[in-house]
Design a binder for this molecule. Structure first.
Ligand code: ATP
Ligand code: MG
Length: 263
């Protein structure tokens, strides 16, 4: 459905691009000209000390917050200033630092809602088998597949507020999976998750990138577990990208060390 003949589009365009993105809260400059290019089918990690602007960057890129300057392009297409729902319909999904599922709905229902939201449909009737239409049956199969791929098949009928912290993170991934998103932004997907489950989550992410061609940008502080899964790492300090490269290159960079030591 892409428009042809746009000046910025094209097959060679990065999956997602931020150019000189700025964000101010009151007088505080939180994003101070962020430049970032994400390559399709790759796993990118964003690191940086607390308060350096990582979550704000995801909020601005996904349309949850309005940029005060700069531009954001998804697959070469300008999305700066677009509302979050519009951005998500164009194939960008995000997960939250604190998981955002509907507490009273089961894991399966949460996945169905995520699948429906993405296409502007409602699957409220889907759990009632005798009312299924072809679409709903398809949605149910997709939900079951996503839950099982994320290791949550056994918890499908569990209310999301009864899931463990780690399972709630897996549910976030299952929700991103059903939406058919091409670019997925994740805010601390393994915070508070045990190491076994944390590796499982990152293996899922790698598989979605390698086999499915999805592009990831992942904010994660737990470098011991996460860095081995990243193709490319960006380090942020005080609203700017201060280093970029392989995990080895970025961790060896003096500016990264300085950022974490607080200078
Ligand atoms: N809605 C807001 N209003 C005012 N200031 C905000 C708001 N959101 C974030 N900030 C400030 O912006 C700065 C960056 O916050 P942000 O949450 O983006 O950091 P972060 O890198 O995600 O940190 P952490 O690693 O702790 O999650 C902080 O100084 C924070 O206090
Ligand atoms: Mg944050």
């Amino acid at each position: 459905m892409g428009e042809t003949g746009t000046a910025t589009g094209g097959a060679g365009a990065p999956a997602l691009e931020a150019i000189g993105v700025r964000k101010l809260f009151g007088g505080l400059v939180v994003l101070d000209g962020v430049d970032m290019r994400l390559e399709a089918g790759r796993v990118h990690q964003l690191i940086g000390p607390n308060g350096s602007g990582k979550t704000t960057l995801i909020n601005v890129v996904s349309g949850a917050l309005r940029a005060d300057g700069g531009s954001v392009r998804l697959g070469g297409e300008e999305i700066t200033g677009m509302p979050m729902l519009e951005v998500s319909r164009r194939g960008l999904a995000r997960t939250f630092q604190i998981p955002q599922s509907f507490a009273m709905l089961t894991a399966r229902e949460n996945v169905l809602v995520a699948a429906g939201e993405n296409r502007g449909e409602s699957y409220r009737r889907a759990p009632l088998r005798r009312l299924w239409t072809g679409d709903e049956a398809r949605a149910m199969r997709m939900a079951a597949g996503a839950l099982s791929a994320s290791g949550l098949a056994g918890g499908a009928a569990t209310r999301s507020d009864s899931l463990s912290g780690g399972q709630r993170k897996l549910l976030e991934l299952a929700k991103a999976r059903v939406g058919g998103a091409r670019v997925i932004l994740m805010d601390e997907p393994i915070a508070g998750v045990n190491p076994t489950l944390a590796h499982r989550i990152f293996e899922d992410i790698r598989a979605m990138a390698s086999a499915g061609g999805a592009t990831f940008l992942i904010i994660e502080h737990r470098l011991d577990i996460s860095l081995g899964y990243a193709d490319r790492v960006f380090a942020m300090d005080r609203g700017r990208i201060v280093a970029e490269g392989t995990a080895g290159e970025v961790m060896a960079d003096r500016r990264v060390e300085e950022a974490y030591l607080g200078r």
